[in-house]
Design a protein around this ligand. Structure first.
Ligand code: CP
Length: 305
């Protein structure tokens, strides 16, 4: 596989292979300690990140490789006017693989054309975030040991939430999955997700505004932050940002084996009082993200352990 731009670049069989590798890494970390010796990962982050950038870097270090890159556009020569295409072409002369985040939707596709080495989309605007989905899938797998016959509720900013778009595209390929999209009117799931991925496959979904009403039916509850950085109007952000706040009281009617997820960072969407609930798995997603990124790097560099 040359590049990972969308989660659908990986088949369900390939996803299962990555999950198997990640679980083997968790069980036998030392087996992988030198797997990427003399290999270099470049992390090119034109937009802020804590988890994605640092977990890619931790992943490469734990594979025995090395890391270079930048964490903000202002410290790269793009601030002098260099194009993203030229930047990744240059970095491809130094690194064996690139993970790139950019605020513009589609930027990783354009970058991949000139990179000369495998390129991973680490989040492009309000579009997609495939490696967060890898973290999400491993988390669901470790809790349920299946992706089939699950009712998945996604709550919050479904319009700009790129992790939502990638997760729906991934989960839509498993039998018996149903979606409940919980959002204010202004932040509904983009139409193309419904018309391109769900409608043609006859996958059932509902669009609702009440989290409490949806709660009793859910197997997965995927909370999201309202994406302040994608709003043109501060007043709209302020009006919408606290529409959904998950508290212990709102979980009263939830299933006992509900899996509560959030890609993080959280702002107010989940009360810290929920953190001690055994159904809360958002910090497991963080750990799982590193293992899945390790598995992905091995696959893309064609390293066999
Ligand atoms: N989940 C996620 O993408 O977090 P960061 O923005 O901190 O990378």
């Amino acid at each position: 596989m040359q590049n990972l731009i969308n989660i659908t670049d990986l088949s369900p069989d390939e996803l299962s292979g990555l999950i198997a590798t990640a679980e083997d890494i968790i069980a036998n970390p030392m087996k992988y300690a030198n797997a990427c010796q003399h290999k270099k990962l470049a992390t090119l982050f034109f937009e802020p990140s804590t988890r994605t950038r640092l977990s890619f870097e931790a992943a490469m270090y734990e594979l025995g490789g090395q890391v270079l890159g930048f964490s903000e556009a202002s410290s790269s020569s793009t601030s002098k006017g260099e194009s993203v295409a030229d930047t990744v072409r240059v970095v491809g002369c130094y690194a064996d693989i690139i993970a790139m985040r950019h605020p513009k939707e589609g930027a990783p596709i354009a970058a991949a054309r000139t990179a000369g080495v495998p390129l991973i989309n680490a989040g492009d605007g309000g579009h997609n975030h495939p490696t967060q989905t890898l973290a999400d899938l491993l988390t669901i797998w470790r809790e349920r040991r299946t992706f089939e016959n699950l009712t998945v509720g996604l709550c919050g900013d479904l319009k700009f939430g790129r992790t939502v778009h990638s997760l729906v595209q991934a989960m839509a390929r498993y039998a018996g999955v149903k979606f409940v999209f919980i959002s204010p009117e202004e932040l509904r799931i983009p139409k193309y997700i419904l018309t391109d991925y769900l409608d043609p496959a006859g996958i059932p979904y509902q669009e609702v505004t009440s989290m409490e009403e949806a709660m009793p039916n859910l197997d997965i509850l995927y909370m999201t932050r309202v994406q302040k950085e994608r709003f043109f109007n501060e007043a709209d952000y302020v009006r919408l940002k606290d529409t959904y706040i998950l508290t212990p009281e709102k979980l009263t009617n939830a299933k006992q084996d509900l899996v509560i997820m959030h890609p993080l960072p959280r702002v107010n969407e989940i009360s810290v009082d929920v953190d001690s609930d055994p159904r809360a798995h958002y910090f497991d997603q963080v750990k799982n993200g590193k293992y899945m990124r390790m598995a992905l790097i091995l696959k893309m560099l064609e390293v066999n352990v």
